[in-house]
Design a protein. Structure first.
Length: 356
C-alpha cells in the first residue's frame, strides 16, 4: 500500500468514491449487488490507494489452516540452494501468524530418482500449495499433473517449464542467461579460440532443466556470432576432486588451444580451483551464482564474471505468492522474472551485502 494511504479506512474510500460504506464492502468482498457505475468508482479508488484487506483479520476470522510444501535440492552451508531455502524460511516465518505451516522436502540435485521418491506420497497428507524446484523436467511434469488432478496450486522456482498449469514462476530466463554467459565469455576471445563446457554426471535420465536451457542459449549465441573454434565437453563428478583433476589434466594437455571455460550451474568454483591450482591464467572462466566459493575466485581474478539470479528473492516471492493466492485471492502473473545480474571483480562489493 502507498505510504500516503497506509492508514486508510473503508469509510475514507467510500467518501472518496462518493458511495456508501456498504457499497465499498460489497465491492471489496465481491458479494451482493452493485451497479456497474459504482463498482468502477470504487475500483478506481482502490487502485489509487492500492488497498488490500487486512490479511491477519481475514485469516484469523476464517480459522482455516493452510499447509504448503517446498521441494528443493538438499545443500551444504554456503551452496546456492541454501539461499533459496533462506528466502522460503523468511516468507514462512512472516506467514506463521496467518494459520500457515510449511514442510520442506529435499532431494539430490544430481539424482532424479530422489525427487521421485520424496514426491511419490506427497498427497498422503493435506496440501494446499507446493513450491517446486524444476531441475528434472519429466519428474516435475508428472508431479505437476498429479497436483492438477487434485486442483492444488503450485509454483516453480529456478527455471520455468512451458505449457504447464503452474500458478506462477519465479526466476530468470535460463536461455537468456546462457546467451549472456556466451557474450561475457567470448568478449576479448578470438572467434577461433576453443572453449571448454563442463557438466556434472547425473544419476538417471534427466539432466538439469536449467542447465539444458542455459547450454542451448550459450550455443545459440556462438552460432549467431561467428564462433569458429571447437567446443570441448567434459563430464565431472560432484565431490570427486581426484577424478575431476585427472579429467581436466587430460583435456588441457590434449587441447592447449582452450581459452575459455563455462559451467552452467553454481559449481564454477570447481573449474576455478583447478585453474588456480594448475596456475593456468590464459583461460577466461564464466559461471553462475553468488556463493562464497565463487565470489572468492572472482575477487582473485580466477573467475572472469559471474551471473547471478537473486535466489533468496525467488524463494521468498514463491511462498508469498501461494499465501496471496489463498488469502487475498490474488491473480498472479504467471511469469515473474528476476533480474539477471552480472558480477565482475569491480562491482562485487555492491552485491555481497545485497540480501533479501
Amino acid at each position: 500500500m502507498n505510504k500516503e494511504y497506509s492508514n486508510i479506512r473503508i469509510i475514507d474510500i467510500a467518501k472518496m468514491a462518493g458511495v456508501s460504506v456498504g457499497t465499498v464492502d460489497r465491492v471489496i468482498h465481491n458479494r451482493g449487488r452493485v451497479s456497474e457505475e459504482n463498482r468502477k468508482k470504487v475500483q478506481a479508488i482502490l487502485e489509487v490507494v492500492n488497498y488490500q484487506p487486512n490479511l491477519m483479520a481475514r485469516s484469523l476470522a476464517s480459522k482455516k489452516q493452510y499447509h504448503f510444501v517446498a521441494i528443493t535440492p538438499s545443500f551444504a552451508r554456503g551452496e546456492y540452494w541454501e539461499a533459496i531455502s533462506m528466502g522460503i524460511d523468511q516468507a514462512a516465518s512472516e506467514m506463521e501468524s496467518y494459520n500457515i505451516t510449511l514442510t520442506k522436502l529435499f532431494f539430490d540435485q544430481y539424482n532424479n530418482k530422489t525427487f521421485d521418491d520424496i514426491t511419490r506420497n506427497i498427497l498422503d497428507e493435506k496440501v494446499d500449495g507446493v513450491l517446486i524446484a524444476t531441475l528434472f523436467t519429466d519428474s516435475v511434469i508428472r508431479l505437476s499433473q498429479e497436483l492438477d488432478r487434485h486442483e492444488i496450486p503450485y509454483v516453480y522456482v529456478d527455471s520455468n517449464i512451458k505449457d504447464q498449469r503452474q500458478l506462477a514462476y519465479f526466476g530468470t530466463d535460463s536461455y537468456d542467461a546462457g546467451l549472456i554467459a556466451a557474450r561475457l565469455l567470448t568478449d576479448r576471445l578470438a572467434t577461433d579460440a576453443d572453449i571448454l563446457m563442463a557438466r556434472f554426471i547425473h544419476s538417471g535420465k534427466n539432466d538439469s532443466n536449467q542447465g539444458t536451457n542455459r547450454r542451448e542459449g550459450f550455443r545459440h549465441y556462438l552460432n549467431e556470432n561467428g564462433f569458429t573454434g571447437n567446443l570441448y565437453e567434459v563430464e565431472l563428478k560432484i565431490n570427486d576432486s581426484v577424478y575431476n583433476f585427472a579429467k581436466l589434466d587430460e583435456l588441457f594437455k590434449a587441447h592447449t588451444s582452450i581459452k575459455g571455460a563455462i559451467i552452467f550451474n553454481s559449481t564454477c568454483y570447481i573449474l576455478g580451483d583447478y585453474l588456480k591450482a594448475r596456475e593456468i591464467k590464459s583461460v577466461r572462466l564464466v559461471g553462475y551464482d553468488l556463493i562464497e566459493k565463487n565470489t572468492r575466485l572472482l575477487s582473485e581474478n580466477v573467475i572472469t564474471a559471474l551471473i547471478a539470479q537473486r535466489p533468496e528473492q525467488q524463494g521468498y516471492d514463491a511462498i508469498k505468492s501461494l499465501c496471496n493466492h489463498w488469502l487475498f485471492k490474488q491473480t498472479l502473473d504467471k511469469v515473474n522474472l528476476m533480474p539477471i545480474d552480472i558480477l565482475l571483480k569491480e562491482n562485487l562489493k555492491y552485491y555481497l551485502n545485497n540480501k533479501l
